[in-house]
Design a protein around this ligand. Structure first.
Ligand SMILES: Nc1nc2c(c(=O)[nH]1)N[C@H]1C(S)=C(S)[C@@H](COP(=O)(O)OP(=O)(O)OC[C@H]3O[C@@H](n4cnc5c(=O)[nH]c(N)nc54)[C@H](O)[C@@H]3O)O[C@H]1N2
Ligand SMILES: Nc1nc2c(c(=O)[nH]1)N[C@H]1C(S)=C(S)[C@@H](COP(=O)(O)OP(=O)(O)OC[C@H]3O[C@@H](n4cnc5c(=O)[nH]c(N)nc54)[C@H](O)[C@@H]3O)O[C@H]1N2
Ligand code: SF4
Ligand SMILES: [Mo]
Length: 768
C-alpha cells in the first residue's frame, strides 16, 4: 500500500555549512530535496550537493551488506559472519603483537555524523592503541593547537562575525567553493555579498584568484606557505606606528607586549619578497584592518596545511587581538553551542595546559597531539619492520589513500596488513584493501545533530534531524557497529550486546554532569536523570542529555525560562517540535568565561608557539622553488567521496592542473595536453588548464581524485577518475609544531608529459 507523501526537514550533513533541507518522501522513497526556506539559519539556501543525499542513498554502489575477503576476493556476507571474521583476524594480532599493533584512521565524515562524534572515542579506547591517526592532521590540527594554547580548548574558536563585520580578511579559504570551514554558516556567499552591500570590504589572500577572490574588493596573490610572515608583518606594522589596541579584551589577554616584541623582526620590508607582496600593500592592509570600524581575520586550509600552520593560525588571532576585534560584535567571536561544548562545562577560567608529544611514533619519533599521531607517518608504521610494527588497521569513514601525503606508499602498505577492518559506505581506493567492510546506513537513515559544527557557528542555533528513511532489514545502526567492534576488541565476543557500551557511555556522561558544580544537575541522582532520558538510546539519548545539561537546556526541570520566543529550554523533544531549528541569537561576547586556560587568560604568549618563531625566522630569506603545487576545492566535490554521483561529475572535467600561461610558455605546456608533475616522492600526469587565475610559479590541482585503482566499486567515479594529487605531496614535510601535513606549496617540476594527450594514463604508473 503506498504511504502518503510526507515532508520532513533535516540538516544537510555533507559539509560544515549545516543547511536545512526540505525532503519529500513518497512510499519510503525520497522524491525531492530542496532548501528549507523556514530553516532558522539557512533560510532556503542549498548548494548542488545538498539535494544529492537522495542519489547517495540510491547509489547501487553504496554498500548495503558487509564484505568479507575470501580467497583474496571481497564477497558479501551476513553481519554475523562479518563480525566473526573481524574477531578471527583481530584477536591474534592483539595477542601476539600487542595493542599498538592495531592502528586506526578516523576520517572527515565522522565530524558530520553522531555515531562518529559519540562512539568513535569509546571504540578507540577499547582498541587501546597509541597508533591513532585521523584526517585532522591533514587539515585543521594547527588551528586546534593554537586554540588550545590561546583559549584552552581545541574547538574554542573565534569565528568571524560575518553578519555584522565591516571588514573580512580571508586567508587561504575559498568559501564560494567550500561553503566555509571552521566557521559554520549556511550561504557564505550571500553573507559575503551582504558585507559588501552594507558598505563593508572583503580582502582575500590567496595565490589563486579563487571564486571568493573574484568577489573581493582586494585580492593579494601571496606566495604559498608564507601567510605567517604576512600576518607577523601586519602586527609589526601596527606596532611601529603605535596602533596596537586590544580594547576591552586586553584585560583578558596575557603576553601581548612580549609577542609584539618577538614579532618585531618581521617588518613589511623584511617579509615582502618572501610573501611576494609589496611592503606598501602590507602596510595598507594593516591600515585598513585597524581603521575599519570592525574587522575579522579568518584563515583556513591554505593557512593550516602549511609549513608554519600553527603560527599562522595563532597569528590570525594575534591580529584580531591587536586590532581590538577579538570577542566583539563584528570581529572574531566565540560561539556558545547548545550541546557538547567543553567551554560551556566545568569551571570558567580554569584548565590544564595543553601538552603535546606525550608519546612518539615508533619510526620517525613524531610527537602526539591531542591523542593522535600525524597521519603522515601511518605508512611507515606499517611498512617498516621491527618491534611495534602496525599489523592491523581500522578505518572509520576515511579514504587516506586519496587524502594523505605520499599516498602511493600508503596504498602499497595497506596491501600487506594482517587485518584491516573498514567501516564505510563504499568500496573505494582505501577500503578495497580491507579484509572486512562494515557498511553503516546512509545519511538519510540516521538521526542528525551538529554537535561539532554548532561549536563553530557564526550564530547560535540548534536543530535535531530525525532519520528520514527506515533502516534496511537486519541492518545495524552505525553506532551499533562501532560498539560491537569495541566489544570484540575487548575480548567480549561477537554476541555481546552493543547496548552495554551505549549504557556505559551514558552512565559516564551522567556521572560527569551531576559532578559539575557549575552545571544545572549538580548533585542530582544519576538514576533520576537516566529515567528521564528513557526510553531513548543511542545517539538520541546522548544528545538529549547534552542538550538538557547544556547552556540552553531544561536542566531536567531546573530551568523553565524560554530560550527563544515561544521556545522552552532545550531537549530533543523541544527540537522535534521545532523542525526548522531554534535560533538562539547572534554571538555575544564570552570573555573571560569561555576560557579554560591555566591562567584564566588568553595566553597569547604560549611557550611552544613563541619557540616556533625561530623556525619562521630561519626561513625568512629562503629561496623560492621554481614551481609549487597548491590544492583547490570545487563546489561539486566533497573531498574524495562524492564523485560517484553522476550529476556532480558530469560536464567538463574538474581535475585539471591550473597553470599560468607565462609558466606554460617557459615549461612548454599546452592547454589540454597532459603535464607531468614531479615532486620528491613521485609524479603524476594531469591535463593542463591554462589560466591567469594562478600566480606565476604556482600550479593547482584539486585533491580527492584518482578513482581508477583496481578493486574499487565506484562505477561513475571510475569513469571520471582524475588523478590523485597526493601522489606528489610529501609525507616528510610537516608543520613541525603540530605534525600536520603540508599539502600546499609543494616544490614540483612541471614538464610536458611524454604520453600524447587523450591516451589513458593509469595512475598506477606514477612512480613512488
Ligand atoms: N565543495 C566542497 N566543499 C568542501 C570540501 C570539498 O572538498 N568540496 N571539503 C570540506 C573540508 S574537509 C574542508 S577542510 C573545507 C576547506 O575549506 P577551504 O579552506 O575554504 O577550502 P579550499 O577551497 O581548499 O580553499 C583553500 C584556498 O587556499 C588557497 N591556498 C593554497 N595555498 C595557500 C597559501 O599558502 N596561502 C594562502 N593564503 N592561500 C593558499 C587555495 O588556492 C584555495 O583557494 O572545505 C569543506 N567544504
Ligand atoms: N592534497 C590535499 N589533500 C587533502 C586536502 C587538501 O586540501 N589537499 N584536504 C584534507 C582535508 S581538509 C580532509 S578533511 C581530508 C579528508 O580525508 P578523509 O576523511 O580520509 O577522506 P574523505 O574523502 O572525506 O573520505 C570519507 C570516507 O568516508 C566514507 N563515508 C561517507 N559517509 C560516511 C558515513 O556516514 N559513515 C561511514 N562510516 N563512512 C562514510 C566515504 O565513503 C569515504 O570513504 O583530506 C585531506 N587531504
Ligand atoms: S552547502 Fe554544505 S550543508 Fe549546505 S547543502 Fe551544500 S553540502 Fe549541504
Ligand atoms: Mo577538511
Amino acid at each position: 500500500m503506498p504511504v502518503a507523501d510526507r515532508t520532513t526537514f533535516r540538516t544537510c550533513p555533507l559539509c560544515e555549512a549545516t543547511c536545512g533541507l526540505e525532503i519529500t518522501v513518497v512510499d519510503q522513497r525520497v522524491t525531492r530535496i530542496r532548501g528549507d526556506r523556514d530553516d532558522v539559519f539557512s533560510h532556503g539556501f542549498i548548494c548542488p550537493k545538498g539535494s544529492t543525499l537522495r542519489q547517495l542513498h540510491d547509489d547501487p554502489d553504496r554498500l548495503r551488506r558487509p564484505l568479507v575477503r575470501r580467497d583474496g576476493e571481497l564477497e558479501e556476507a551476513s553481519w554475523e559472519e562479518a563480525f566473526a571474521e573481524v574477531e578471527r583476524l583481530l584477536l591474534p594480532v592483539l595477542a601476539e603483537h600487542g595493542r599498538d599493533a592495531v592502528a586506526s584512521y578516523v576520517g572527515n565524515p565522522n565530524a558530520h555524523n553522531l555515531s562518529g562524534l559519540l562512539y568513535v572515542k569509546p571504540l578507540l579506547k577499547a582498541l587501546g592503541s597509541r597508533n591513532v591517526f585521523s584526517a585532522s592532521t591533514v587539515d585543521q590540527r594547527p588551528k586546534e593547537l593554537a586554540n588550545a594554547w590561546l583559549f584552552g580548548g581545541g574547538l574554542t574558536m573565534a569565528v568571524p562575525d560575518l553578519d555584522r563585520t565591516d571588514y573580512l580578511l580571508v586567508l587561504g579559504a575559498n568559501p564560494y567553493a567550500s561553503n566555509g570551514s571552521l566557521a559554520t554558516a549556511p550561504d557564505w556567499p550571500g553573507r559575503i555579498e551582504a558585507i559588501r552591500a552594507r558598505g563593508g570590504r572583503l580582502v582575500v589572500i590567496d595565490p589563486r584568484r579563487s571564486r571568493t577572490a573574484e568577489e573581493a574588493d582586494w585580492h593579494l596573490a601571496i606566495r604559498p606557505g608564507t601567510d605567517a610572515f604576512l600576518l607577523a608583518a601586519v602586527v609589526t606594522t601596527l606596532a611601529e606606528s603605535g596602533r596596537i589596541d586590544p580594547g576591552p579584551t586586553g584585560e583578558w589577554v596575557r603576553g601581548l607586549d612580549e609577542v609584539v616584541a618577538a614579532l618585531a623582526p618581521f617588518t613589511a620590508e623584511a617579509v615582502s619578497e618572501t610573501v611576494g607582496i609589496s611592503a606598501a600593500d602590507i602596510r595598507r592592509l594593516a591600515d585598513e584592518l585597524v581603521d575599519a570600524p570592525t574587522a575579522a581575520v579568518y584563515g583556513r586550509i591554505g593557512t593550516t596545511t602549511a609549513e608554519f600552520g600553527t603560527l599562522a593560525s595563532w597569528l590570525v588571532d594575534v591580529v584580531n587581538v591587536c586590532t581590538g576585534n577579538l570577542d566583539r560584535p563584528g570581529g572574531a567571536m566565540f560561539p556558545r553551542a547548545a550541546a557538547g561544548s567543553p567551554n560551556t562545562r566545568g569551571a570558567p577560567r580554569t584548565g590544564r595546559a595543553l601538552r603535546t608529544g606525550r608519546h612518539h611514533s615508533r619510526v620517525r619519533g613524531l610527537g602526539e597531539t591531542l591523542g593522535e599521531l600525524p597521519v603522515s607517518c601511518l605508512a611507515e608504521e606499517i611498512d617498516t619492520p621491527g618491534e611495534g610494527q602496525v599489523r592491523a588497521l581500522v578505518t572509520l569513514a576515511g579514504n587516506p589513500v586519496l587524502s594523505t601525503p605520499n599516498s602511493a606508499r600508503l596504498d602499497a602498505a595497506l596491501a600487506t596488513l594482517d587485518c584491516y577492518v573498514a567501516v564505510d559506505i563504499y568500496l573505494n581506493e582505501t577500503t578495497r584493501h580491507a579484509h572486512v567492510v562494515l557498511p553503516p546506513p546512509s545519511a538519510l537513515q540516521k538521526d542528525h545533530y551538529d554537535l561539532a559544527f554548532n561549536q563553530l557557528a557564526i550564530r547560535n542555533v540548534a536543530n535535531w534531524s530525525p532519520a528520514v528513511l527506515p533502516l534496511d532489514d537486519g541492518q545495524p545502526e552505525e553506532w551499533e557497529v562501532l560498539c560491537r567492534l569495541a566489544l570484540i576488541a575487548q575480548g567480549l565476543g561477537t554476541d555481546a550486546d552493543p547496548s552495554l557500551v551505549d549504557d556505559l557511555i551514558v552512565d559516564t556522561l551522567v556521572a560527569g554532569a551531576v559532578a559539575d558544580e557549575h552545571g544545572p544537575v549538580h548533585r542530582r541522582d544519576p538514576a533520576e536523570i537516566l529515567d528521564a532520558l528513557a526510553p531513548r538510546k543511542g545517539p538520541a539519548r546522548l544528545v538529549d542529555l547534552l542538550l538538557r545539561t547544556g547552556p540552553y537546556g531544561d536542566g531536567f526541570g531546573s530551568r523553565t525560562d524560554p530560550v527563544a520566543p515561544g521556545v522552552p529550554p532545550l531537549s530533543v523533544d523541544v527540537l522535534l517540535d521545532n523542525p526548522h531549528g531554534v535560533d538562539l541569537g547572534p554571538l555575544a561576547p564570552r570573555l573571560p568565561e569561555v576560557l579554560r586556560t591555566p591562567s584564566g587568560m588568553v595566553e597569547l604568549d604560549a611557550e611552544p608557539i613563541l619557540a616556533d618563531l625561530g623556525r619562521l625566522t630561519a626561513a625568512l630569506d629562503r629561496a623560492a622553488p621554481e614551481a609549487v603545487l597548491v590544492g583547490r576545492r570545487d563546489l561539486r566535490s566533497n573531498n574524495s567521496w562524492m564523485h560517484n554521483v553522476e550529476v556532480l561529475v558530469k560536464g567538463r572535467p574538474r581535475c585539471t592542473l591550473h597553470v599560468n600561461p607565462t609558466d606554460a610558455d617557459r615549461w612548454g605546456l599546452v592547454d589540454g595536453d597532459l603535464a607531468t608533475v614531479t615532486g620528491r616522492v613521485g609524479s603524476l600526469e594531469a591535463p593542463v588548464e591554462l589560466t591567469d587565475s594562478v600566480r606565476s610559479g604556482v600550479v593547482s590541482l584539486p585533491h580527492g581524485w584518482g578513482h581508477d585503482l583496481p578493486g574499487a566499486r565506484l562505477d561513475v567515479a571510475g569513469r571520471h577518475a582524475g588523478v590523485n594529487s597526493n601522489l606528489v605531496t610529501d609525507e616528510l614535510v610537516l608543520d613541525e609544531l603540530s605534525g600536520n601535513a603540508v599539502l600546499n606549496g609543494i616544490p614540483v617540476v612541471v614538464t610536458p608529459a611524454a604520453v600524447p594527450a587523450g591516451s589513458e594514463v593509469p595512475v598506477s604508473s606514477a612512480t613512488a
